[in-house]
Design a protein around this ligand. Structure first.
Ligand code: FAD
Length: 468
């Protein structure tokens, strides 16, 4: 018998449910396949840095599988529709008896899988797995069997479920011999190098980062995580977004190092972040409109956004005149990653200070993020725009200057990304023009593109008008 594993967002050999199941029968011939779909990725605005991250990890996966006797085939077709036809033909060509894959939960991905299951010959069995989550979508619900719309009760119910029993990790498949891996493949999509110091390539590297993080930083996380100048978070997001690491590996490693995390002690805050990841994915399955650019709260669709390309561009390029916003956007543009506190600050700024449609921000983030993930990104943007479930109320508007003063008090982060402000001393860096005007100096840095106080009033009025 021949088993085919279709790798998608699960680029690892450890704790991979589909791969594990395919290898259960020691006599089966196991083959892997990865399908590159440039047109689809373009439609999904995948960041070139994420495409490069995937490229490198497909390569690493190919080597890891080959060493275990599993050949990885890499093919390129245009889009998901073409991938269905390709997988069907590949099954026939290779005499595949059973196809294994891990579910993806976005609407296009689900439609693709449904189409494939329909198209495949009846003698090919298909097994799908809830692998990218700790608990399957739909399995954590209210007493009325509905999806929670508020995070805290979801999180409490989620933890109760974990206390009853943990989802187990499965081992990497045993070696079934050795096969060659042909590295000569290319991705015909825009690729962009990323910093290997920050994001080293490989599953073992990711596991190493996880181990190190869980030892002490996970315990210190509540005190450290809000300060972008400190490396206080795990930076595991690209690995989780592409499945180089599983959330189960994160949970088990955390509990090994921080055994009371499930009881609310050390490690609990980080666990809560993993549960935010689950929350947004579960929501996306319960409310597929979230994948279709719709706000969760319907009336917010009536907000009259400002279509101002110059303002949008200033935000994208980190030239708004608000140092914390600009430093954050430069971090994003250069590294493909942004600190969570700053994602909230810049998202709030785009929507509530510039009154630009949150979907423009969501799209720009996707086009830059190495950890771009539809559910988390959409959840984050709808939270910041006050259009989502459990969002910040629309009248809560961050003040970008005080956010900078609170979370980058000495301006260390700002100085790292805005060298043009190096001369501005100490805390003055948060309002550099106030300092420069007093000194009768000029700066090679824009003046604030909007007045925060006025912008806040305009935004409140726009939301109030939409709500009527
Ligand atoms: P840690 O703090 O170490 O957290 C561990 C893991 O938990 C993360 O790697 C991530 O997988 C998950 N996580 C943490 N916070 C959240 C959250 N609020 N929502 C969902 N999952 C979370 N995260 C993405 O992975 N991809 C995105 O495209 C994305 N877009 C965002 C957009 C906005 C506007 C906002 C406010 C947040 C977004 N996030 C996104 C969530 C969060 O900012 C990142 O997951 C986090 O900054 C990644 O850094 P880390 O790995 O060091 O996180």
């Amino acid at each position: 018998t021949t088993h085919l594993v279709w790798f998608r967002n699960d680029l690892r050999v450890h704790d991979n449910y589909a791969l594990h199941a395919a290898c259960r029968n020691p006599d089966a011939k196991v083959i892997g396949v990865f399908v590159v779909t440039p047109e689809q990725w373009r439609q999904h605005v995948m960041a070139p840095k994420q495409a490069e991250f995937i490229f490198q990890h497909v390569q690493a996966l190919g080597h890891a599988l080959a060493g275990r006797g599993i050949e990885l085939h890499i093919r390129q077709v245009a889009d998901f529709t073409a991938s269905v036809a390709y997988i069907k033909a590949f099954c026939t060509e290779q005499n595949v008896d059973a196809l294994f894959y891990n579910y993806q939960y976005e609407v296009n991905e689900r439609a693709r899988d449904a189409a494939l299951e329909k198209a495949l010959d009846v003698d090919v069995t298909v097994q799908g797995f809830d692998d990218s989550l700790l608990l399957a979508p739909g399995s954590v619900t209210t007493g009325n069997h509905e999806m929670y719309k508020v995070f805290t009760p979801f999180s409490k119910a989620f933890i109760r479920r974990l206390q009853e029993g943990l989802p187990e990790c499965v081992p990497a498949p045993k070696t079934r011999g050795e096969v060659p891996f042909n590295e000569q493949f290319a991705f015909d999509v825009p690729l962009e190098k990323f910093d290997h110091e920050i994001f080293p390539v490989g599953e073992q590297e990711a596991i190493g980062m996880l181990r190190k993080f869980c030892q002490q930083p996970a315990a210190d996380y509540p005190e450290q995580r809000d300060f972008p100048a400190i490396e206080g978070t795990s930076r595991l997001s690209p690995y989780l977004a592409t499945g180089v690491l599983s959330p189960r590996q994160c949970l088990h490693r955390l509990l090994k190092e921080q055994p009371k995390a499930l009881e609310g002690e050390a490690g609990a805050t980080w666990l809560n972040e993993l549960i935010w990841r689950e929350f947004y994915r579960h929501l996306m399955v319960a409310y597929p409109k979230l994948c279709r650019h719709r706000p969760f709260i319907a009336w917010t669709d009536k907000v009259r956004w400002r279509g101002d390309d110059a303002l949008l561009e200033a935000w994208q390029q980190g030239k708004t005149g608000y140092p914390i916003v600009d430093a954050a956007m430069r971090q994003l543009n250069q590294t493909g990653w942004m600190h969570n506190r700053l994602r909230m600050v810049v998202a709030s700024f785009l929507v509530k200070d510039l009154l630009i449609d949150w979907r423009q921000g969501e799209r720009y983030f996707m086009s830059q993020l190495i950890d771009g993930d539809l559910a988390a990104n959409n959840g984050g943007w709808q939270w910041a725009a006050s259009t989502g479930t459990d969002a910040a109320p629309y009248f809560r508007i961050f003040n970008p200057t005080t956010q900078g003063e609170r979370f980058d008090a000495d301006g260390d982060f700002i100085r790292q990304w805005l060298p043009e402000l190096k001369a501005v001393p100490g805390k003055q860096i948060h309002s550099p023009w106030a300092w420069a005007d007093k000194q009768k100096q000029t700066l090679d840095y824009p003046r604030p593109i909007v007045d925060h106080k006025q912008a806040r009033l305009n935004t409140l009025a726009a939301y109030e008008a939409a709500r009527k």
